[in-house]
Design a binder for this molecule. Structure first.
Ligand code: 4AD
Ligand code: MG
Length: 478
């Protein structure tokens, strides 16, 4: 008999035989099996009447084992489900030794997220992580749908590049040179001519520069790919390998860019509310329960689904960097010397400042724009004031920066000057500069950190818990 997915089985009306396959989540009274196949959060109850089965079969139905069950779909007597399967045959697909299971997170009880991370190979089997990763999938789909429906083309930008798009130099090198005997040139420098690509290469920190080339022909493009940063930041918001979505639009300025960012974020969050209800409700209730055990000051002001609805229903606040500094300087924590980092025009905002603006002052997503040019990347368009660039960051409650973007410097001479100011060798970006010579136009784009979006949508507070296999300093186990 063909297999019915548990998600679909739960929607059927009683009557008729079905076959389901899955992993045993729990097993009680030698009779009731909670079976899950990953298709949905909910388990299907399977009733295995031990009197009708060989003891050898019954003994192998243990937590973590995989089984195939054929039986009649009947109305359930118990609470919590409308249908269940009365097993007529059970096949053991894969056993799981109870003594070994006892040492793992497969044991059906609450485990700490830290413990779950140590068993990242098994954590998909838990309710929390299956919910997170089903939502992650839905969000990736929503992103492609949004751009496709709005006439954007998906552009695959390279993972191995020869340029440093963000100019921050925090890159992973890609080389086939022997590490124990690196060839040197006459002046003692590494001779990259002998390397695989005949030049120095690294893993990309952003697909933006290549996306710009695409946008200046295809009009509207976006990238969605893995991104690598070798920064040594061991925080709950940084990964060494993360996924970034970078739309790039020709004939657009900073105002258009901010509008796109807001519309896009509201669309994908609404998509989650409309399409991931069961998983979101589970994560919502989980958070409410965890919050109830915390001191009031540490609780979320709004529960998960209210936060998502709030972002969908309310306009984002827009303020310039200069206004943001003023708000901060007039704030209580500033006057009481409670900020750790300085607040004055020209400094990069620290996470404590961003959180104050978003969570305490405006209490909604905030777009800060027109930043001092010194603290932003070389490709951002100079404003006429001579001090700021047409940059924007979108800040979200509980997350901080979720999007970073800008209008790009489309004027050849200005861009050339910026390359010099930022010590970017012309020969590294000659191809980028050339687009400014042949039919240059105003254009703008941004980058969304996919995992930060998933953190916001799922309410998970550590970025390591929203990517299947996190890469962070000193951690690449799985
Ligand atoms: O602000 P960033 O560095 O901007 C860029 O890379 C631009 N080239 C984007 C563009 O304009 N096309 O990064 C964009 C976003 C951040 O706002 C953040 O959400 C995420 O990428 N991000 C990270 N996420 C996880 N771990 C890290 N180490 C991240 N660094 C940036
Ligand atoms: Mg940024």
């Amino acid at each position: 008999m063909t297999r019915t997915k548990i998600k679909d089985a739960l929607q059927l009306t009683p009557g008729g035989a079905i076959t389901v396959k899955g992993w045993v989540r729990a097993y009680r009274s030698n009779r009731f099996v909670a079976l899950n196949d990953g298709s949905s959060l909910a388990n299907l109850q399977v009733v295995v009447d031990f009197e009708n089965f060989d003891k050898s079969i019954i003994d192998q139905i243990t937590v973590g084992s995989a089984i195939s069950v054929t039986g009649d779909l009947v109305a359930s007597q118990g609470a919590g489900q409308s249908v269940e399967v009365a097993a007529t045959s059970v096949e053991i697909l894969g056993t799981a030794n109870p003594d070994e299971v006892a040492k793992t997170i497969l044991q059906p009880k609450r485990h700490s997220l830290e413990f779950l991370r140590e068993q990242a190979h098994l954590r998909f089997r838990t309710q929390t992580f299956s919910a997170v990763f089903r939502i992650r999938h839905a969000m990736a789909f929503a992103i492609h749908k949004y751009f496709n429906d709005n006439g954007f083309f998906y552009l695959h930008t390279p993972i191995i590049t020869g340029s440093d798009a963000e100019g921050a130099g925090e890159m992973f090198k890609v080389t086939t040179l022997p590490l124990d005997n690196v060839p040197k040139d006459e002046s003692g420098n590494i001779d990259y001519k002998e390397d695989f690509f005949g030049k120095e290469t690294n893993l990309t920190v952003s697909g933006q520069l290549e996306a710009e080339l695409g946008a200046l022909a295809l009009g509207q493009v976006y990238t969605f790919g893995p991104t690598f940063r070798a920064e040594n930041s061991n925080t709950s918001r940084h990964l060494a390998e993360f996924w970034m979505i970078e739309p790039e639009v020709a004939f657009a300025d900073l105002t258009d860019d901010m509008k796109l960012g807001e519309d896009f974020m509201q669309y994908v969050i609404k998509y989650a509310l409309d399409n991931c209800k069961e998983d979101l409700e589970f994560l919502h209730n989980r958070e409410v329960e965890l919050d109830s055990k915390k001191p009031t000051a540490e609780r979320n002001e709004m529960p998960l689904m209210d936060r998502l609805n709030f972002v969908v229903d309310n306009d984002f606040e827009r303020i310039t960097y200069t206004e943001a500094i003023q708000v901060l300087q007039n704030s209580k924590p500033f006057k009481k010397n409670q900020f750790k980092f300085p607040v004055e025009w020209g400094v990069d905002l620290a996470s404590e400042h961003e959180r104050f603006l978003v969570e305490k002052h405006f209490k909604k997503p905030v777009i800060i724009y027109n930043y001092p040019k010194e603290i932003k990347a070389f490709y951002m368009r100079n404003n006429d004031d001579g001090k700021t660039v047409a940059a924007m960051d979108v800040l979200f409650p509980g997350i901080g920066e979720i999007i970073g973007g800008s209008q790009r410097e489309e004027r050849y001479e200005e861009l050339l000057k910026k390359c010099k100011d930022f010590d970017i060798p012309e020969e590294h970006v000659w191809w980028y500069l050339e687009t400014r010579k042949f039919g240059t136009v105003p254009h703008a784009g941004f980058g969304l950190g996919f995992e930060r979006l998933i953190m916001f949508v799922t309410g998970m507070t550590n970025i390591r818990d929203v990517i299947p296999f996190p890469r962070t300093p000193k951690n690449a186990e799985f």
